[in-house]
Design a protein around this ligand. Structure first.
Ligand SMILES: Nc1nc2c(c(=O)[nH]1)N[C@H]1C(S)=C(S)[C@@H](COP(=O)(O)OP(=O)(O)OC[C@H]3O[C@@H](n4cnc5c(=O)[nH]c(N)nc54)[C@H](O)[C@@H]3O)O[C@H]1N2
Ligand SMILES: Nc1nc2c(c(=O)[nH]1)N[C@H]1C(S)=C(S)[C@@H](COP(=O)(O)OP(=O)(O)OC[C@H]3O[C@@H](n4cnc5c(=O)[nH]c(N)nc54)[C@H](O)[C@@H]3O)O[C@H]1N2
Ligand code: SF4
Ligand SMILES: [Mo]
Length: 557
């Protein structure tokens, strides 16, 4: 049966799946820009995870999580919601599946008069804001446009880990003679593909592109005193980049790491401007919404809370009930300690394919059979590809069935209008505006913590097999020396928000008081976001995860 992967990954693989005796046989199908289609190794693990016999549960009078049938959990959850229809509910839906049918959940909760939806998100929203402001819409050119470029510049796009099909296409482009330049504060595995790797100070790509633009098109960029010191570039690297930017022949691929700063939208806008003024708009890539060309359902959302205000509102005990669908915020959102306190104090409903660090606190847990179990469709948020599938049968219900089941008991309309194609095909139209130039936020005496994606995990979703792979604090030789720690030493990483412990790995991946921990990983004690604060980005729709500053010291255990 033809299916596709609706995980929060840009590649949106299509494949043929046959299930026999609970085991899946998966055959990769089309990827229009590649000669040989493939799926990543995570897919099989997703299947195993989602077809597992995890039980639903409901808390009993003694506050114990008692396993029950999925049907009973749906019934009990619906009864609870019926009793509490007018209470203040916070509804958080995450990146478990980007399929269109996950909107059934939004539809269900839009029927509750005091339900609060989340405005903004933890992912790509800041860059989307910048693109909409600059171009009036969010569009991504066809990846095959890259064949028109001479040079492809990657700004913090770690394709090797995060988009293996883009990586494969870049490899092909390289074979065809394109020059690949990779700019990142971290020397990730993608640097191996590049003809040139340039290490940049975090949050300074806006300064760099403004200065480059001023050199190339005087009057349109900015002359910046001390640009080399600010960005950490050598003067030959700056000149090299200047030579790389050619009229209509240079591609710019913006990763999402760029915008996880309090000046993130500004950075993206300066790269946009450089692309436009050098006639490279057709080679400018960021991404787009995964539903951009689909008709999104019209679901009224009366109450909204900003993504950066959630934890503060939790601390103020603003909400009465929490509903968490397809997300694991205790691990992936900032300030886990405030979240845990809130989830312990107030009822929590959790819908997930598996037990998580968030479901630990759930009063009602309904196991969803996951993406394979649900008819669905979606688009890629990077490539111009669509996916469509029919459900593969399982014992447990899909999200759609759970949401509709609750709706039926509550006699609430959960139907969705499913028009697939939107008629409005927007095109980019650059608006020239006075663009200020924002410097990054820095705390000089501390370490900056970067938290990027690992190949074997999709955010916090993992196969246990990889639990201990690369769960280190990566630190430079020089910084380790100054702290007087050696390879493998146990480190305590902390700030006013919280702390975690992990072993140190001396590595040339990082330098200059920047440390790296792969995001959302379990560490020896705690996890990376124990030290993340809810800092809004300059678009006020995203989180500045990478403006996290920490103290690092050797731990005695
Ligand atoms: N295997 C795997 N694939 C994934 C994910 C996953 O967790 N695992 N997550 C998925 C999701 S939800 C998303 S949003 C995408 C993310 O896809 P990407 O945009 O590729 O994101 P990351 O690798 O998380 O971070 C990108 C890179 O930005 C770099 N960076 C940080 N700060 C700066 C800066 O100031 N300047 C520059 N030039 N670079 C900087 C980081 O060092 C990192 O290498 O990947 C998706 N794909
Ligand atoms: N420090 C730091 N934190 C970050 C980031 C960072 O770069 N640095 N990146 C951020 C980004 S880009 C993102 S997108 C967020 C992601 O954060 P989340 O949205 O929390 O992503 P996941 O951890 O993948 O959680 C998805 C949950 O959905 C469950 N699930 C999977 N499939 C289904 C399904 O079909 N139905 C249901 N109901 N559940 C399902 C999984 O088991 C998992 O528990 O994390 C953000 N957090
Ligand atoms: S996680 Fe990404 S690369 Fe892996 S199967 Fe899904 S869409 Fe493809
Ligand atoms: Mo994301």
């Amino acid at each position: 049966m033809l299916s596709y992967c609706s995980k929060d990954c840009p590649d949106l693989c299509s494949f043929d799946i046959t299930v026999k005796g609970g085991k899946a046989d998966i055959k990769p199908s089309q990827h229009y820009f590649l000669d040989v289609p493939f799926v990543c190794t995570k897919l099989k693990h997703f299947f195993d995870r989602e077809f597992s016999d995890v039980k639903s549960f409901v808390k009993n009078a003694a506050e114990e999580q008692k396993p029950c049938s999925h049907k009973d959990a749906v019934w009990e959850t619906a009864q609870f919601l019926k009793r509490n229809r007018d209470k203040k509910i916070l509804f958080i839906k995450g990146s478990g599946s980007l399929g269109y049918n996950m909107y059934y959940w939004d539809k269900l909760f839009s029927n509750f008069p005091n339900c609060w939806f989340v405005e903004g998100g933890p992912c790509d929203e800041t860059g989307i804001y910048a693109h909409v402001k600059d171009f009036g819409c969010i569009k991504n050119p066809a990846v095959t446009n890259l064949s028109q470029a001479e040079t492809i510049i990657l700004f913090g796009k770690n394709a090797r880990n995060c988009s293996p099909h883009l990586y494969a296409y870049l490899k092909k482009m390289k074979k065809n003679g394109k020059k690949i330049v990779y700019i990142d504060p971290v020397k990730t595995a993608t640097a191996e593909l590049a003809d040139k790797f340039i290490r940049i100070n975090p949050g300074t790509d806006g300064l760099l592109t403004a200065a480059l633009l001023e050199e190339i098109v005087p009057g349109q960029g900015r002359k910046i005193d001390g640009i080399l010191e600010k960005t950490g570039l050598l003067s030959e690297d700056f000149n090299y980049l200047k030579e790389c930017v050619k009229d209509g022949k240079t591609a710019f691929i913006q990763g999402f790491g760029l915008q996880r700063y309090s000046n993130g939208a500004n950075i993206v806008s300066w790269i946009n401007r450089l692309a436009v003024y050098t006639n490279n708009e057709h080679l400018l890539y960021y991404g787009k919404s995964s539903q951009e060309n689909l008709n999104k359902p019209d679901i009224p959302k009366k109450n909204m809370v900003n993504i950066a205000d959630i934890t503060q509102k939790m601390d103020e005990r603003f909400f009465d009930i929490y509903v968490v669908v397809g997300t694991n915020p205790v691990i992936t959102y900032p300030e886990p300690r405030l979240q845990i306190k809130a989830f312990e104090e107030k009822p929590l409903i959790c819908i997930d394919t598996n037990y998580t660090d968030t479901s630990k606190y759930a009063d009602y847990f309904i196991k969803s059979a996951g993406m394979f179990a649900q008819d669905d469709f979606s688009e890629s948020y990077f490539f111009n590809i669509k996916g469509e599938r029919n459900a593969v049968n399982t014992e447990s219900p899909s999200d759609m069935q759970i949401a509709c089941g609750i709706g039926e008991i509550l006699q609430t309309d959960v139907s969705l209008d499913k028009k697939k194609n939107s008629d409005a095909a927007a095109t980019r139209k650059y608006t020239n505006r006075a663009l200020e130039l924002k410097e990054p936020y820095v705390e000089k005496d501390k370490f900056r913590l970067l938290t990027a994606s690992h190949y074997f995990y999709l955010n916090s979703q993992l196969a246990d097999k990889y639990r201990d792979t690369d769960n280190y604090v990566f630190i430079s030789d020089k910084d380790a020396d100054e702290l007087n720690v050696s390879d493998g030493a146990l480190l305590r990483v902390y700030n006013e928000t919280g702390e975690f412990l992990s072993r140190c790995k001396i590595s040339n991946m990082v330098e200059n008081k920047t440390i790296l921990v792969y995001k959302n990983r379990k560490l020896i004690k705690g996890w990376p976001n124990m030290v993340s604060k809810s800092i809004p980005t300059d678009s006020k729709t995203g989180l500045a995860y990478y403006d996290t500053f920490v103290n690092v010291e050797r731990s005695n255990g």
